[in-house]
Ligand binder design. Structure first.
Ligand code: AKG
Length: 283
């Protein structure tokens, strides 16, 4: 079955070896350096929203010829739009969710229609033959209802550098927390809530960053990934880009800038890919 048909039917597909081992090693080094200095603590690990801007050293991935070829096959079209969306992750766990935004707010209209096809690419930087990579509920991209359970879930086996493609409407999760992590997380969130009450802060009660640093000493292997979205250059792609970039900017309070790294727009242009230009300061 073609990648396009797999995505239409099941909502996900794996394309092997989009990045080679040297490229994977280069990205691992970039993420390790980045999270040593920056990023948001999240679920006992680290995440960097708006990474296309906040982590300039990964920008070569977006214009990588195999990445673009994979996307062209996935959509069966050459009309691509780099949405600017990219989150990089290290060691976080995550629960079931869709990537349509809360209340499907990344779209200005009903996205559960056939014309809407927005595909995210996840590149894991280590092998996952267990259930610690991406787990999806096949077919759930056709259903507005979410809240999938482990029944019928499918853990996707992937090697470092494979492209794990998925429809942003599919129910998915990353790895589950260990029992120690569950206790640390619950305790951390309670401490955050108390601090928030005492200081009368109106900020959402995130986990204390110190907890993610402490969790680095747990016996676990470093788990890193790069998630980004190249859409079809159509109205759904534009809506996703605009609303998602706005969310990323709100989510990260300590931005280094408002524009893509030098050369990215030019490289995308040369490859025939349109680039969404966010109006970030006004978000
Ligand atoms: O941590 C993971 O592997 C999953 C991350 C994820 O679901 C997301 O970025 O939407």
């Amino acid at each position: 079955m073609s990648v396009r048909n797999e995505l239409d039917e099941s909502g996900f597909a794996v394309v092997p070896s989009v990045l080679d081992p040297d490229e994977v090693a280069r990205l691992r080094g970039t993420l390790t350096t980045h999270f040593g200095e920056r990023g948001s603590a999240f679920n006992l690990g680290w995440t960097q929203p708006n990474a296309a801007i906040e982590c300039p050293d990964i920008s070569w991935v977006f214009s990588h010829p195999k990445v673009l070829e994979t996307y062209r096959d996935a959509y069966g079209s050459n009309d691509l739009l780099f949405t600017g969306h990219c989150d990089i992750h290290q060691d976080s766990f995550s629960a079931w969710h869709k990537d349509t935004g809360s209340g499907d707010c990344y779209f200005d209209e009903d996205c559960f229609v056939e014309e809407c096809r927005v595909i995210k690419m996840a590149i894991y930087l280590q092998d996952h033959f267990d259930e610690a990579g991406l787990t999806v509920a096949p077919g759930s991209h056709r259903s507005r209802q979410w809240g999938s359970s482990e029944d019928g879930a499918r853990s996707i086996a992937s090697r470092a550098g494979d492209a794990v493609l998925f429809d942003v409407r599919i129910d998915h999760r990353g790895r589950r927390p260990s029992s120690t992590e569950r206790i640390m997380h619950t305790t951390g969130m309670s401490v955050s809530k108390i601090i928030r009450r005492v200081t009368r802060s109106t900020h959402a009660p995130g986990e204390p960053a110190a907890l993610s640093r402490i969790a680095e000493h747990l016996p676990r292997t470093t788990r890193q990934s790069v998630f980004f979205t190249i859409a079809l250059d159509d109205r759904f792609g534009e809506q996703f880009a605009r609303n998602n970039m706005s969310r990323q900017r709100r989510q990260y309070a300590d931005p280094i800038g408002d524009s893509y790294p030098d050369g990215l727009a030019e490289r995308m242009g040369e490859a025939g890919v349109a680039v969404f230009q966010p109006d970030l300061p006004n978000c």
